[in-house]
Design a protein. Sequence first.
Length: 269
Amino acid sequence: MSRTPDLHDARDAARKVGDHPALEALARVGFVVSGLLHIVLGWTAGRVGWGGGGQADQSGALSSLASNPAGTVLMWVIVIGLAALVLWQLTVAVGPRLGDGGALDRIKALGKATVYAVLAWTASKFALGSGSSSSSEQSSQDLTATLMEAPAGQVLVGAVGVAVIVVGGYHVYKGLSRTFLDDLEEDPGTWATRSGTIGYPAKGAVLALVGVFFVIAAVQHQSSEASGLDGALKSLRDQPFGPVLLTVVAAGLIAFGLYCFARARHQRI
């Protein structure tokens, strides 16, 4: 009589899946996809900074890529690459390997898997022709309104904001300290290291700004104060020297995208 699989069996299975060459290859495609999305996002943010149109968030980036002649094929490549990253991060969360940082690393892996899953789902809708470049600002406000209706809603919204700020701060630290190099199998070279050193803090600053808007929404008990990536970047544009600040952030996002290309080759999987 076969025994019920236990936690040890689940971890072994996760490690085997994570170590499969096919998943490794597709996960590396996923990092290329992530790089492409950040470059398009950075380019759009730069245009917005100087009066151009566009939606400066992930949905807007996907919409831009979907509108080119090979858009449908590209969307499916994006879906497959992101789905592979979801599966890989889940194997990291379930089947930790040598050097695993404990519960915190597993929580981070689950968080990344969730982000990649949302992006993959959004890309799949564009691939099927039903995608919509709905603003991340509206999504953030809808989420905030839903949380506000829950018991201790203001606390929940504030906690989300603080969590996003912490994640943003971690990105800044990871870039300035160059600890992102610990994720790689080998030295990626000068240009990749510089791209990561610039890109991580830029991405972190944007995430922290999004978190600040959630905290403001919680304090004022107004879901309309919450803002997604698009709204956060456009609010930066409206500040003194806003176009210059947004251009710097846009360049940083593009740098992060370039680092993702190097990460696709050198990431330890």
